[in-house]
Design a protein around this ligand. Sequence first.
Ligand code: PRT
Ligand code: ZN
Length: 299
Amino acid sequence: MQILQAFFVFINEKMEILKIAIQKSGRLSEKSLELIKEAGINFNNGSRNLVSRSSNFPVELLFLRDDDIPQYVTDNVADIGIVGENEVLEKGYKVTTVKKLGFSKCRLSLAIPKSIEFSGPEFFNGKRIATSYPKILSKYLKKNNIKAEIHTISGSVEIAPGIGLADGIFDIVSSGSTLISNRLKEVEVVLNSEAVIISSPQISEAKKKILDKLLFRINAVQTAGSNKYILLNAPNENLQAIIDVIPGMKSPTVMPLAQEGWSSVHSVLSEKEFWEVIDQLKDLGAQGILVIPIEKMIV
Ligand code: PRT
Ligand code: ZN
């Protein structure tokens, strides 16, 4: 009996599919799909269908509008979703943020016409602010004890001051060029946002296992992305000093070169570290320095 039960649990786990909601088309879609592909998960038919099943991993993609993703995850229509933190916070649904993904970075900021002097957040007392993010804005206003009028509009928020609809706006800013071309200036950053993976708090154990596997792969891709494999030739008299500069994951690999008195040193460095140590390596006589991208990295 117990064996049979275990068998059914096994079969059930085998059949579980993790449903992932991603944006159908927009600023998040390309990077979301790229992340999944880099994790070695294959799909045959892109985002043309509403639903797409992987051919080599127990996941299914649901292509949706970004605004709807937090709700679909809350309602368990999708188990996890990739969406901007700004949408998660604005919608206020009870979802768990599982991982920050580091792309689609932006900020939610208050902006006013360029020509108007800004005295501080209290400037907004008695003013009208146009936004598509009324919940986040009203929280900020409350916290700062500011009484302003919120005008909720769904698009082209940046034109509101120019047409006399509002005194300021609260909107997403990335490069800042939209503000500049509408003669606005950013005066307060209220929230920094990036793409995140959210999950339903009621996710089943079996699906959680699939999610953990997916996160393991994503971490391997992301760690690899920020690291480089470095190879160099080192004169033996400075070998220890060079090893001290590039310690690597455990310690560097050192192999003798055919030419006497020289060794080949292999190591892993973060991109940032590389630029910091390159001059020291050259001063220590390192030659033939090669820096190679790493595809996946498991630490
Ligand atoms: O159709 P769907 O509803 O799915 O998409 P959408 O049009 O609502 O969203 P989309 O694709 O524009 O943005 C998706 C997510 O990307 C947002 O929720 C943010 O988390 C993130 N993101 C990152 C941005 C930006 N950068 C961004 N620059 N979202 C919007 N913008 C807009 C902003 O609204 C403003 O109009 O770009 C303009 C400002 O950009 P700059 O570079 O001129 O400052
Ligand atoms: Zn949207």
